[in-house]
Design a protein around this ligand. Structure first.
Ligand code: NAD
Ligand code: UD1
Length: 346
């Protein structure tokens, strides 16, 4: 029997490239569609180097129906891992139309073409940001998807809504090939593959904490601005649930297996279930890299919450998944990638 083929949208990006490694190592065939708007093809060359296996790369936009048509004609796709999307919160506030166009319309085109070809298994990269600002700091999947504070977050909530409607239409028409959809709500993915060959390569000055701290450690940036020192947390700085990117993509392999024997649309949190403060991250970097991370506490960043972390017990029960790596692994692997590739893939 030939290997199942998986279409990976956004496969050249940070999380997608790590997913390609896990897929190839698990014996799947991989087809990547990516428009390279936020990535370089070098990431895929390195995926092939790490795994010793080849994948098929199509440089195209998911909004390009012809490109999807060609892929679905050429390859019998078993399921789609849908990572393609724009993800910068600040940019989404400045360019909302571009974000909705890319993330929401892009998913509409993708699912329309999937339906046309009878491909009805999809795993979507959602985010903890869809929960908005709930009262609880420990997030469970039954919290309402409500109140995302920016167009990026809203685009994720909108796509979730759209995807939830697809199996409902199946029920009405009693389809024999039902939609089978998993929404994975990521907490804060960090870290890199243990080879140090692939990792996160943000454009320009990073918005997120860990890429920023690692660029301070490597000497590219001078000092970290810590956004807020007066939150009601252990040390006054924001607390988040950081998850190693390799643990995160393993969750996708487990989800793919769960797609075999179910239908409908289900959501799972993927997080470690434990929060770390900004200053705890800084001190882990100092300990592991041996560098001093200069920082200054400044005003809170608009839209930030004090603290959150995942309840991932549903993923443990239903996907048989839980994180295996700890904060030291995350920082060590981030640093291996950053110090060996101070300018990313350039
Ligand atoms: P990334 O920017 O590194 O990867 C996204 C990839 O999608 C890039 O290679 C980009 O070129 C491609 N892409 C974007 N729009 C496209 C389009 N219209 N057609 C084809 N390709 C397109 O981002 P990432 O960190 O790997 O995130 C992957 C997914 O996970 C995104 O959907 C993101 O919103 C989601 N997510 C990420 C995080 C995070 O912290 N990194 C957290 C929650 C959710
Ligand atoms: C942010 C986004 C979220 C997105 C996620 C991954 C916001 C409000 N939320 O999450 O929608 O899914 O990134 O892309 O932007 N921090 C600093 N200094 C910095 C950067 C961050 O102190 O230079 C602090 C933040 O205030 C926060 C913590 O570090 O307390 C983590 O920030 P970040 O890495 O940006 O992630 P989130 O804000 O959780």
């Amino acid at each position: 029997m030939s290997a199942e083929k998986i279409l990976v949208t956004g496969g050249a990006g940070y999380i997608g490239s790590h997913a390609c490694i896990e897929l190839l190592e698990a014996g799947y065939d991989v087809i990547v569609i990516d428009n390279l708007s936020n990535s370089k093809p070098e990431s895929l060359a390195r995926v092939e180097k790490i795994t010793g296996k080849s994948l098929c790369f199509v440089q195209a936009d998911i909004r390009d129906k012809q490109a999807l048509n060609d892929i679905f004609n050429q390859h019998e796709i078993y399921a789609v891992l849908h990572f393609a999307g724009l993800k910068a919160v600040g940019e989404s506030c400045a360019q909302p139309i571009r974000y909705y166009q890319n993330n929401v319309y892009g998913t509409l085109v993708l699912t329309e073409m999937m339906q046309q070809f009878g491909i009805k298994k999809i795993i979507f990269s959602s985010s903890a940001t869809v929960y908005g600002e709930p009262d609880s700091v420990k997030y469970t999947e039954d919290l309402p998807v409500f109140g995302a504070t920016n167009p990026y977050g809203k685009s994720k909530a909108m796509v979730e809504d759209i995807l939830k409607d697809l199996p409902i239409a199946d029920d009405l028409s009693n389809y024999s090939n039902p939609w089978n959809i998993i929404l994975l709500r990521y907490f804060n993915p960090i870290g890199a593959h243990k080879s140090g060959l692939i990792g996160e390569d943000p454009n320009g000055i990073p918005n997120n904490l860990v890429p920023y701290v690692s660029q301070v450690a490597v000497g590219k940036l001078d000092q970290l601005s810590v956004f807020g020192g007066d939150y009601p947390t252990i040390d006054g700085t924001g607390v988040r649930d950081y998850i190693h990117v390799v643990d995160l993509v393993k969750g996708h392999i487990q989800a793919l297996q769960a797609l075999n024997n179910s239908s409908g649309c289900r959501a799972y949190n993927l997080g470690a279930g434990k929060g770390y403060s900004v200053l705890e991250i800084v001190s882990a970097f100092e300990r592991i890299t041996g560098k001093t991370i200069k920082y200054k506490i400044v005003e809170r960043r608009a839209g930030d919450i004090a603290e959150n972390y995942a309840d991932s017990s549903l993923a443990l029960r239903e996907l048989n998944w839980q994180t295996e790596k700890n904060l030291d692994d995350m920082v060590t692997d981030t640093w291996r990638w950053q110090s060996a590739n101070p300018n990313g893939y350039k």
